[in-house]
Each structure stands twice: as structure tokens, then as C-alpha cells.
Design a protein around this ligand. Structure first.
Ligand code: AMP
Length: 284
């Protein structure tokens, strides 16, 4: 049986572990997660192992990035399962602070996310990215990684955190890992566990539709009519509500002035299937 992974739950023990590595001149990569780990998270951990001597995975369901009507209380949690998976991919350490350790009594300062946070998710989840920016800045200061790895699955989050790291001079390199998908195209997500059997059958249509739109736009199709067509397809497939489906500049996430001008573009979408909100994105 393989040895089980080291789990630390307070900052003192974390600093002890990381300073030992630092003294030996070893580099550290951090993969922040909210647990309920799947193959998408594990791919990021494998990437971390390739990029640095030590891979730290944080597991923290961050209350401040959930809105009052969101799924914080029912968010899936499975620490024992997570630890077994992380042991199998040879992560070096798990940082699993409690909410009280992360936000002790009197906690009050925060980081405000920048311009990349304004639209798309930001419109539907107004304080979400401030919560993400604050907790990630704390994680960066706690773990002091050389590299932090995030998934392209949360494409806007990656853009927001690139701004935070750049604008606040945080000394680490941010790396984005590609989205892992099920065979039918559905992006792996902890929230897929919420889907009923019937909803699970509809869910991969999201990837199919945004991929088709990306292909059409790449071939010079008119963006506006392409988006209208894609939305119609989603509704016909059974998605009850489309929060957004947009073609944006892949770097700034701004509306491209002239969409057909050969710029680097990204299709991003958030849709509802019953009580589950799914997000996905693809390159054009
Ligand atoms: P979460 O636990 O949902 O906060 O995700 C933790 C990290 O895993 C984030 O950087 C996500 O973007 C990334 N991630 C989530 N799903 C996937 C996926 N299907 N493929 C690759 N990375 C993912």
C-alpha cells in the first residue's frame, strides 16, 4: 500500500514544510482546488509535478466566492476520496485549512478583482471574483509557490488572476492547464454530480454547440447570427436558461470591435440545466 499524503491544516505546519523545501533549493507548484477532485484537477497536479520539485494542492471550499443564493452548503465534499486520489498522483502536500484558519475572527482586508472580472460571470455572480482574488492571494502568501496552476475550464478566473498577479507584483508564474472532458465532450466539473440522469445526457450539447460556433467564427461566419443560432440550439436541447454565450477577446475578455479581424478569440458560456449551472469555453 502506498504511503498516505501529508495533510496540513494550520499555517505554522505549512510554513515548516515549505521552508524545509526552500532550504534545499526545491521549487514549489500550487494547485488550488475546492476538493471533490476529478481527473481535471488531477491533470493539473500532474502538470505541477512536471513543472516544479514539489506539488502542493490546496483544498478549501471558499465561502466568500459563493453568493447568498448559491450552492455553498450542498457543494460536494469528499476529503478521504480526495486524499486517496492525490496520493495516487504523488502530490507532495495537501493544504486543507478550516474556514476559521483562513478567516480568523477580525478578518477584514480583501483584494478587489480588476477589469477582467466585470462582465460574463461577474454580471451574474457580482462578488465572486473578489472572493477568488482574495483567497488566491492568501493561498499565494501562505504557500509561496514559484508556480500556480489553474484550469482553463474557468477561463475568466484565469484572466482575473493573471491581472491580480501582474498588478500586485506577486512573485510567481501562473500557468493554465487545458480542460479535461468526458468522452462525450462534457467538461469535468465537481458540479456535474448535481445532474440527473436525463440532464447528464443533455449536458454535452453545451460543448458541441460552442465548438460548432467557434468553428463557424473561425471560418468567417458572422458572430452575431452565429451566437443567435447557437442559443437557439441550446434552448432546443433542453437548457432552460442561458446566462451568457459570447465571443470575446481571448486575452482581455473585452468585446472585440471587429470580430472577424483575425484576433485571438474565445467562446464562453454559462447555462442552466435544472438547478445546475454549467460553464464552458473553447478557443476559436
Ligand atoms: P475547483 O475545485 O472547481 O475550484 O477547481 C480547481 C481548479 O481545477 C481550477 O483551476 C479549475 O479551473 C480547475 N478545473 C476544474 N475543472 C477542470 C477540468 N475539467 N479540466 C481542467 N481543470 C479543471
Amino acid at each position: 500500500m502506498s504511503e498516505s499524503i501529508k495533510v496540513v491544516r494550520n499555517l505554522r505546519d505549512l510554513r515548516k514544510a515549505t521552508s524545509k523545501w526552500r532550504q534545499r533549493g526545491e521549487s514549489i507548484a500550487l494547485v488550488p482546488t475546492m476538493g471533490a477532485l476529478h481527473a481535471g484537477h488531477l491533470a493539473l497536479v500532474k502538470l505541477a509535478k512536471k513543472k516544479a520539485d514539489k506539488a502542493v494542492v490546496s483544498i478549501f471550499v471558499n465561502p466568500t466566492q459563493f453568493g447568498p443564493k448559491e450552492d455553498l452548503s450542498r457543494y460536494p465534499r469528499d476529503e478521504a476520496g480526495d486524499l486517496a486520489k492525490l496520493t495516487a498522483v504523488h502530490a507532495d502536500l495537501v493544504w486543507a485549512p478550516s474556514v476559521e484558519e483562513m478567516y480568523p475572527d477580525g478578518f477584514s482586508a480583501s483584494v478587489r478583482a480588476g477589469s477582467a472580472a466585470k462582465e460574463l460571470e461577474g454580471e451574474f455572480r457580482p462578488f465572486h471574483f473578489d472572493g477568488v482574488a482574495t483567497v488566491c492571494t492568501k493561498l499565494f502568501n501562505q504557500v509561496t509557490p514559484d508556480i500556480a496552476i489553474f484550469g482553463e475550464k474557468d477561463y475568466q478566473q484565469l484572466a482575473v488572476l493573471r491581472q491580480v498577479v501582474r498588478d500586485l507584483d506577486i512573485p510567481l508564474k501562473l500557468i493554465g492547464g487545458p480542460t479535461k472532458r468526458d468522452k462525450d465532450g462534457l467538461a469535468l466539473s465537481s458540479r456535474n454530480a448535481y445532474l440527473s440522469e436525463d440532464e447528464r445526457k443533455i449536458a454535452p450539447t453545451l460543448h458541441a454547440v460552442i465548438s460548432a460556433l467557434a468553428k463557424d467564427v473561425a471560418n468567417g461566419a458572422d458572430v452575431r447570427s452565429g451566437v443567435t443560432k447557437a442559443k437557439r440550439k441550446l434552448t432546443a436541447a433542453g437548457f432552460q436558461k442561458i446566462d451568457y454565450l459570447e465571443v470575446r477577446d481571448a486575452q482581455t475578455l473585452a468585446q472585440p470591435d471587429n470580430e472577424a479581424d483575425g484576433r485571438d478569440l474565445r467562446v464562453l458560456a454559462a447555462v442552466w440545466l435544472g438547478k445546475t449551472r454549467l460553464i464552458d469555453n473553447v478557443a476559436v
